[in-house]
Design a protein around this ligand. Structure first.
Ligand SMILES: *Cc1c(COP(=O)(O)O)cnc(C)c1O
Length: 514
């Protein structure tokens, strides 16, 4: 049975500088696969992709187009996937029309919404190479030296964390997977020590990321197995309360299999008191997982590395390189203090990583991973470190953390906005206020302002709940964003909020405090 590859039927003559729409030559179909015979096409296609990106990056005048979901859906639905286009150029033109013209541009200084970063240039180069070579990091016989490059980066990360040479870890697709993996290992340790699944609990702060709850769901414990401690006035885990919770759980016959401390909460950007949390975990003999998905970049900061003090006492640490290391998605890692704990994710398959491989010390990364086939996402971090070096990454991060501090300070003196005046990282929580307007009305006004701004495409801010009210959030991860850029976006928000307020029937003030 022959299974013909879906050749694109016609193609532009390769290497010619002819227009993209020149008549197709049926004799020279677009090569389908990358190999020795298609290197000219590779050059041509990468040139075309490069031209597209150069055009897009040099002309993107706003962070987004403001296209509505309905309009975007219609644009995409028009594409007939059964009728391929005649050339790479034509395909890329379509990609531009359907996607890039309406993409959300994280490199634009007025994009200030979520934890998305402009990407490090060397990382893009590394990612292109990784995609073309297509190594799979599951087993040695599919990855070769890539195995050791990934291990080298894990060892580098573990050393930056302050772990010793019993440490190890694995690249993952993101903080969500890293946290799931950490809790799987913690669960494995607890079960091995004789605990019952139904008695297992995880303790984290009320401000921790929701992925720990999701992990508990996946791990068969249910979301309710995750208990939240109180937080202090800055939003950090309250260690006295943690102590109390740990004591009470033990007294009631339950096993706390892990405490999850957060090094950089997603909204407030605050770092839990890692050293005292670590001491509490030691006292109660509980696994400490540090979710440094956001704050992990501080590992490279000369000025702020001290904010992570205590992280070296963790049993496991999540670091999202695709946040504060300026890497393209996906790039994340889980590192563990004791490599033996990784066995809880091991399964030996006869076709892939049989037990005799272990005896021969074949370096199979799949033994440590939740994934099987796995991209060489480590390569982009490698090319970034080899080009920029860690200090440059730390400086880029320090720039946005400095900016956020400046913005908070400025907002404290702005009568139109309330602001959360503290934070260790690069988020700013703020809220449009007006003295005689009820808080619930202001909730609606702030959300309306955010939506109106988004619809113009001129700026992007996020929204969240804090203290029972709707707040807006800036997440500053673009070192090219200036104070003036932030003021500009805040002025836009202010204008939209005033309009939204003018359009509401103002209820009488309820006496609540804004
Ligand atoms: C972003 C984030 C996560 C989730 O990471 P993903 O890479 O989005 O899966 C987990 N924890 C914290 C604190 C985060 O900020």
């Amino acid at each position: 049975m022959s299974s013909a590859l879906p050749f694109v039927p016609t193609g532009t003559p390769r290497g010619s500088s002819g227009s993209a729409d020149s008549p197709a030559s049926p004799a020279s179909p677009v090569p389908a696969l990358l190999d020795a015979s298609s290197v000219d096409a590779l050059r041509h296609d990468l040139d075309a992709a490069r031209d597209l990106l150069v055009e897009a990056f040099s002309t993107a005048r706003r962070p987004l187009s403001g296209i509505t979901p309905d309009a975007a859906a219609a644009l995409v639905a028009e594409v007939d996937l059964d009728r391929p286009l005649p050339s790479t150029r034509a395909v890329l033109d379509e990609v531009r029309d359907v996607y890039l013209d309406h993409a959300v541009w994280f490199h634009h200084p007025h994009y200030q919404a979520h934890l998305n970063c402009p990407v490090a240039l060397p990382a893009v180069v590394g990612d292109v190479v990784s995609a073309a070579v297509n190594s799979s990091l599951d087993t040695w016989d599919q990855s070769g030296p890539a195995t050791f490059m990934e291990r080298h980066l894990i060892a580098w990360t573990a050393q930056r964390v302050g772990l010793d040479d019993t440490a190890d870890g694995i690249f993952t697709t993101g903080g969500t997977q890293s946290n799931l993996h950490a809790l799987l290992l913690a669960r494995g340790e607890a079960l091995a020590a004789g605990a019952e699944l139904s008695d297992l609990r995880v303790v984290t702060s009320a401000n921790a990321h929701f992925s720990s709850r999701k992990a508990a769901m996946v791990l068969g414990m249910g979301e309710d197995a995750v208990l939240a401690t109180r937080v202090d006035e800055r939003g950090r885990l309250d260690v006295d309360h943690l102590d109390e919770v740990l004591r009470r759980q033990r007294a009631e016959g339950r096993t706390v299999m892990a405490v999850v401390a957060t090094a950089g909460t997603t909204d407030l950007g605050c770092i839990d008191p890692l050293a005292s949390v670590a001491r509490a975990c030691r006292r109660h003999d509980v696994w400490l997982h540090v979710d440094a998905a956001y704050g992990g970049g501080l590992l490279t900061s000369r000025r702020r590395r001290h904010l992570l003090t205590g992280i070296e006492r963790a049993d496991s640490v999540t670091v999202d390189f695709h946040k504060t290391f300026f890497q393209p998605v996906a790039c994340s890692a889980l590192v563990v203090a004791d490599r033996r704990t990784l066995r809880h994710a091991t399964h030996h398959a006869a076709y892939l990583n049989p037990v005799d491989d272990v005896a021969e010390e074949i370096p199979n990364q799949v033994d440590k991973s939740l994934q099987t086939t796995r991209r060489f996402d480590a390569l982009k971090l490698w090319t970034t470190l080899r080009t920029l070096g860690p200090d440059r990454i730390g400086e880029l991060l320090d720039t946005v953390v400095d900016l956020a501090a400046q913005v908070r300070e400025d907002l404290v003196g702005d009568p139109d906005f309330a602001v959360v005046p503290h934070g260790d990282l690069s988020t700013v929580l703020f809220r449009f206020v007006e003295s005689d307007v009820a808080p619930a009305t202001l909730d609606a006004v702030n959300e309306a302002a955010r939506k109106r701004l988004y619809a113009t495409g001129l700026g992007a801010v996020a929204r969240t709940r804090h203290g029972g009210r709707t707040w807006l959030k800036l997440t500053l991860l673009n070192p090219a964003t200036t104070l003036g850029d932030v003021q500009h976006v805040l002025d836009l928000v202010r204008g939209h909020a005033r309009e939204a307020l003018a359009a509401t029937d103002r209820p009488q003030h309820t006496g609540e405090v804004a």
